[in-house]
Design a protein around this ligand. Structure first.
Ligand code: URA
Length: 442
């Protein structure tokens, strides 16, 4: 048996180089044992010459499946490549156990990438100069997803620490570097993570190097973005005009708000944002976990989805006001995670003061009520979203309200087809909003 060393769990370059050389040298899969050995010397340059081509679909499958936490994956993928090189249509043989297994590994990787994107949350490092995220991925998905994750906060230095490696986004250099792992026992909670970073962060950064050639992961959101559109960058605060001074003053006052008990455990008040004179106001439920840390509404996973849907509906986020019924994050702590809790009547009533300040000052034409809490807060009665969505409702103050789902609902739809359907319905509601706004919602 010949032992082939991979230099890391996601040594995509190494696996490709080895697989190519071995196939061309005619080395059959059953004579090989694949192992991970970071101390191994780089593989020798391929000796054998010849034409080696496998389908794009197989390469894409291999690039995902190699991220699976399954020791047999290197050999499994080599078997597929070996057969493909011999002329077999391996990708057209769904009944073959190797293809079925590779597909199931790739599926597990995609699911974990999605989960990581949804669950990863950040807290500011003690000096405030960097956001720190901790996550223990069930598959080896850090490298392929780090770029996408970092892009969410392109203006912040971001480090994602995991038990198998770390990724560090440096906005000035616009690149991700990959570095050493962090022992989970050393960072059992947020306070320990911060302390760990204060002591060892500089070492982790110094030890990190430019990364990986693993293709970036695609998720359903990325896949549906039209290819000619760039990713949405960060929202430019007051992008279309200087901030309204009265709203800026209200935001400063709200920062010290103690009208309800939610302010105590929260990191900060998350006031609405947008330009003066915004004709459309989006109202969500409450600041979420990421919003609480960053201090801006709809910047976490639900906000990312909202951004994409707005873009598809032709609505410029910089031209609208984005806010919440409740301006603090309500949560219950479960270990290192903070689980969202729905705000109750008194909390909503206490915060109504700030929502009214925003509404009175802006006098928008259209209010978009994202989900049941926002709808109930503004309409003053229980609302069944399915029954009332997409139907303009004239409010006593002259605004037109439109009820739709909350974007976090879309993140929770379990199956891909259902998610795509609900997303399309959400975009359709936003197109109605664009139409109402264009007509001045008269
Ligand atoms: N969910 C909300 O309702 N608002 C936010 O700002 C984020 C998530």
């Amino acid at each position: 048996m010949r032992v082939i060393d991979m230099r890391g769990e996601t040594d995509w370059d190494g696996w490709r180089a080895q697989a190519r050389a071995l196939v061309l040298a005619g080395v059959p899969p059953e004579t090989l044992v694949w192992t991970v050995n970071p101390a191994a010397a780089p593989p020798p340059p391929p000796q054998a010459e010849g034409r080696f081509a496998v389908s794009r679909a197989l390469v894409a499958l291999a690039a995902q499946a190699i991220q699976a936490r399954a020791p047999e994956r290197f050999g499994l993928l080599y078997r597929l490549v070996w057969r493909a090189h011999a002329g077999e249509a391996v990708m057209e043989d769904p009944g073959h156990p190797d293809l079925a297994q590779a597909r199931s590994l790739a599926l597990a990787v995609r699911a974990e990438a999605h989960r990581m994107r949804a669950l990863l949350r950040y807290l500011p490092a003690a000096d405030g100069a960097r956001l720190l995220g901790w996550y223990a991925p069930a598959q080896f998905v850090l490298e392929a997803n780090a770029q996408v994750l970092a892009r969410w906060y392109p203006d912040f230095a971001v480090s994602i620490l995991t038990p198998e490696g770390s990724a560090h986004w440096e906005p000035a250099a616009a690149r991700v570097r990959f570095g050493p792992a962090v022992d989970p026992a050393l960072v059992p909670d947020d306070a320990a993570l911060r302390a760990y970073w204060s002591e060892f962060g500089a070492d982790l950064l110094a030890a990190s190097t430019a990364g990986t050639s693993l293709p970036e992961a695609e998720t359903f959101e990325e896949a549906r973005r039209p290819p000619d559109r760039p990713a949405l960058g960060p929202v430019v605060l007051g992008g279309y005009g200087a901030p309204d001074p009265a709203l800026a003053a209200a935001a400063r006052e709200a920062a010290a708000c103690r009208r309800c008990p939610l302010s105590a455990p929260a990191t900060q008040t998350v006031f609405g944002e947008g330009p003066p004179g915004a004709r459309v106001m989006f109202i969500g439920e409450q600041a979420g976990d990421q919003e609480d840390v960053i201090g801006r509404p709809f910047v976490g996973p639900a906000g990312q989805l909202l951004d994409r849907a707005l873009e598809e509906a032709g609505i410029d986020r910089r031209a609208v006001w984005i806010s919440n019924a409740v301006k603090h994050f309500k949560f219950v702590a479960r270990g290192r995670r903070r689980l969202h809790q729905t705000p109750v009547g008194p909390e909503i009533e206490a915060c109504r003061f700030w929502l009214d300040v925003e509404r009175v000052r802006l006098r928008p034409d259209v209010l978009v009520l994202l989900g049941a809490t926002a709808a109930r807060t503004v309409l003053g009665r229980p609302v069944t979203i399915g029954r009332e969505r997409g139907r303009p409702i004239r409010l006593p103050a002259g605004e037109t309200a439109l009820v739709t789902v909350h974007p976090s609902f879309l993140l929770r739809v379990p199956d891909e087809a259902g998610r795509a359907r609900e997303y399309a319905a959400f975009v359709a509601d936003l197109r109605l909003v664009a139409g109402l706004a264009a007509a001045g919602a008269a």
